[in-house]
Design a binder for this molecule. Structure first.
Ligand SMILES: *[C@@H]1O[C@H](CO)[C@@H](O)[C@H](O)[C@H]1NC(C)=O
Length: 345
């Protein structure tokens, strides 16, 4: 019975792989992932001359120099799925630089876009790298859901896999096989939970005015070019027509049932423990604990009394001031990220 069950699971996984026209299978920690070449899955977003592809087309470098940053995007929009890349961030002096790896449909829905972000915030030499995750649904830009964290490794030394799982009811952000954030949809969230098809984007850009210590440390082009490398990209979802909100091709992964049967869709007890440890140790800001912004934590927040205590002890977190400045600039920031507009260059 068990053998039969696992065999049929294997077969359904294989048929998913076939239906997505897979090129190769790589083993990353617990995940088995099909990857896609740049040419097959992506196109440039801006700064085309600063996008350097490898000969086998499995890797791509995004450069930032004094003239421009650069970015790429998936050629298709997807109705849910699992989206992932191994990323190596620029090393040495990286103050003022932001590398973003995110999903959005903001190009099409300017006022009601959905978005899921990893944003890596430039670094002063010798200090730990920081990053943030965020979520917007249907243009909920006045209700930021930022969390900020330190990384537990130096992301410029080697590749690590960063992934976003997005189903109709669950979003999980992963680093390697560690789930770092889980958002479970509930009815009270309404359209704040992303629901329209999104594309996958990656950009490097000059955010001198806010990225590092609220703009205190600017990009120093003496150290240019700054290079972010992406490899083994995975687009594990169903291409969808963004305007019609219909799936354009027969696609088994449309059923979240398919996604939820894969490795990355369920958090094992060990992973849940890892997630808890990561968040207790490395998270230094969460909107769920920001009483000034949200006197009542939004409905999806699972407020942990221990964590509550930690955030309360430090009072209003220092970076909040920066945060507010930033959210006012949200539109500008998005434009800079998506179109490479750089102020002060
Ligand atoms: C999404 O936003 C648009 C524009 O603000 C609004 O008209 C629409 O009702 C919203 N959708 C949902 C499901 O709330």
């Amino acid at each position: 019975m068990d053998t039969f069950h696992s065999l049929s699971k294997t077969i359904s996984f294989l048929s998913l792989l076939l239906s997505l026209n897979l090129l190769c299978v790589v083993d990353i920690a617990a995940f088995k992932l099909e990857t896609v070449t740049f040419n097959k899955g992506f196109s440039h977003l801006f700064g085309e001359g600063n996008i350097i592809r490898s000969a086998d087309d499995n890797s791509v470098q995004l450069h930032l120099n004094q003239y421009t940053g650069s970015g790429f995007k998936s050629s298709d929009f997807y109705d849910h799925g699992f989206f992932s890349a191994k990323i190596k961030l620029p090393s040495e002096y990286t103050a003022g630089i932001v590398v973003a790896f995110y999903m959005t449909n903001g190009d099409v829905f300017r006022k009601s876009h959905d978005e899921l972000d990893f944003e890596f915030l430039g670094n002063i030499r010798g200090k730990r790298w920081r990053f943030q995750t965020n979520m917007y649904g249907n243009g909920s830009t006045s209700r930021g859901r930022e969390e900020r964290y330190y990384l537990w490794f130096d992301p410029s030394k080697e590749f690590h896999r960063y992934s976003i799982l997005w189903t109709t009811n669950i979003i999980i952000f992963y680093i390697d096989d560690v789930p770092i954030r889980e958002i479970i949809r509930n009815d009270a969230m309404g359209a704040d939970f992303p629901s329209k098809p999104m594309g996958l984007y990656a950009t490097i850009w000059d955010a001198s005015d806010w990225a590092t210590s609220g703009g205190k440390y600017k990009v120093n082009y003496k150290y240019a070019p700054f290079v972010a490398e992406f490899t083994d990209l995975a687009l594990h979802g169903c291409a969808a027509d963004l305007l019609e909100e219909v799936v354009t091709s027969e696609c088994v992964a449309r059923e979240d049932g398919q996604l939820t049967s894969d490795d990355y869709a369920s958090i094992t007890p060990k992973q849940r423990n890892d997630m808890k440890r990561f968040r207790a140790k490395y998270m230094y800001y969460s909107y769920c604990y920001d009483k000034l912004r949200y006197p009542m934590p939004p409905s999806e927040c699972d407020v942990d009394p221990m964590m509550r205590q930690r955030f309360k002890d430090s009072g209003r977190p220092k970076f909040d001031e920066k945060h507010h400045r930033r959210s006012k600039k949200r539109r500008e920031v998005m434009d800079a990220r998506n179109y490479g507009k750089q102020e002060g260059v």
